[in-house]
Design a protein around this ligand. Structure first.
Ligand SMILES: *Cc1c(COP(=O)(O)O)cnc(C)c1O
Length: 359
């Protein structure tokens, strides 16, 4: 991968809307590509909708691989119903529908109910893909809440995927929020650079660059998702001065191993995306088959820290059920041995006194 490859991508023949409208949404469509049990898939889909667009479908190499598991329904979604409908208690922490105000200075504002792909592990599985999630009315109310709440200095747009709004709708929402004097930064959480990079058109980027300081956190989970198309989308955003972060989710049999995560983080940096969070999967109902033990994430961070650039190391965090918020976790590397005396462990496991004995 490199600039020559990026330059070699031609203008896509189809618009992102066309790619999206060719998404597979039923068992018949899916069975044309994979060997599946149609009855079972239909049962899952009737509870949790499916949408796989042709771009992401094309990245799946074989049934059961890391990308397949993120996109294709699994009967475990309805068989193993452990977990919570609303794992982060977002609804109860919403002063107006679709806006969660949990931390003192920032809010999470859902502005779209659509995604470029329906992820099977979604923590808003209860509502994504359902039309009622975000309405013109809820967006109006959210903007009005932001305007009248002076403590908000950071607005995080999410959904669904905010970049699935039309350029016009997005421009309108961004203009409204940017006009609020106490809002300092705007963030967009989007999986589009990964799941539908064709959406990042030069026109979209022209709109976004008018709203600085604007940050984008995207969401890649596997090195196979870092394609020339994704690299081009990220290059366009980065060239517009938008700092790019990544919020990866740790998922069983998708990416729960240090070799995969290290390769992913290194590839992200190469396309100018700075790893931000590595999340323990939320305890959302219908996603239990993706959960990993907490130690897994700690071990992975241990395998990154010091073994590769510090820029490659995301914060490993749990978003606490019930709305407790995000808690960053680190492997144990410090022990108090006396007054102002500590034993520290470096990345290779070697122990050091701090301050050194002779001081
Ligand atoms: C994750 C989240 C944020 C942003 O948290 P940061 O740690 O600042 O990235 C804000 N509000 C809610 C409700 C969130 O879930």
């Amino acid at each position: 991968m490199g600039h020559c490859v990026i330059a070699a991508i031609k203008q896509p023949l189809e618009s992102w809307e066309q790619i999206l409208s060719a998404s597979i949404t039923d068992a018949d469509g899916l069975s044309a590509h994979f060997h599946i049990d149609k009855t079972q898939v239909e049962k899952v889909i009737s509870r949790y909708p499916m949408a796989i667009n042709p771009y992401y479908l094309g990245l799946i190499k074989k049934g059961g691989d890391s990308l397949y598991r993120q996109a294709v329904p699994d009967v475990q979604e309805i068989k193993d119903q452990r977990g919570y409908e609303d794992p982060l208690n977002e609804e109860n922490l919403s002063p107006v529908p679709g806006l969660t105000h949990k931390y003192p200075d920032r809010v999470l504002f859902l502005v779209s109910s659509r995604c470029a792909m329906v992820c099977r592990f979604c923590n808003r599985k209860r509502k994504v893909g359902r039309p009622s999630m975000v309405t013109g009315e809820s967006i109006k109310e959210g903007i009005s809440y932001i305007k009248r709440t002076k403590s908000i200095r950071d607005v995080l747009l999410s959904g669904g995927d905010p970049l699935l709004l039309s350029d016009r709708e997005l421009f309108h929402i961004l203009s409204e929020i940017r006009s609020v004097p106490h809002v300092e930064i705007i963030r967009i959480g989007t999986r589009v650079p990964c799941t539908l990079p064709q959406r990042v058109t030069p026109q979209l980027v022209e709109i976004l660059r008018g709203f600085h300081p604007l940050y984008i956190n995207t969401h890649f989970n596997h090195p196979s998702e870092i394609t020339p198309e994704a690299a081009l989308a990220c290059a366009r955003l980065a060239d517009a001065g938008i700092p790019l972060g990544c919020q990866t989710v740790l998922l069983r049999s998708v990416n729960d191993n240090p070799v995969i995560i290290k390769e992913l983080m290194q590839k992200l940096l190469f396309i100018r995306v700075r790893p931000y969070y590595l999340f323990q999967a939320d305890l959302a109902r219908g996603t239990a088959h993706f959960w990993t033990p907490l130690e897994k994430g700690l071990k992975i961070v241990e395998a990154l820290q010091g073994h590769t650039s510090g820029l490659c190391v995301p914060h490993f965090a749990v978003d606490l059920p019930g709305g407790g918020g995000k808690v960053p976790l680190l492997p144990e590397n410090i022990r108090k041995t006396g007054k102002n005396r500590y034993m520290m462990k470096n990345y290779s496991g070697k122990e050091f006194l701090y301050p050194p004995q002779d001081l």
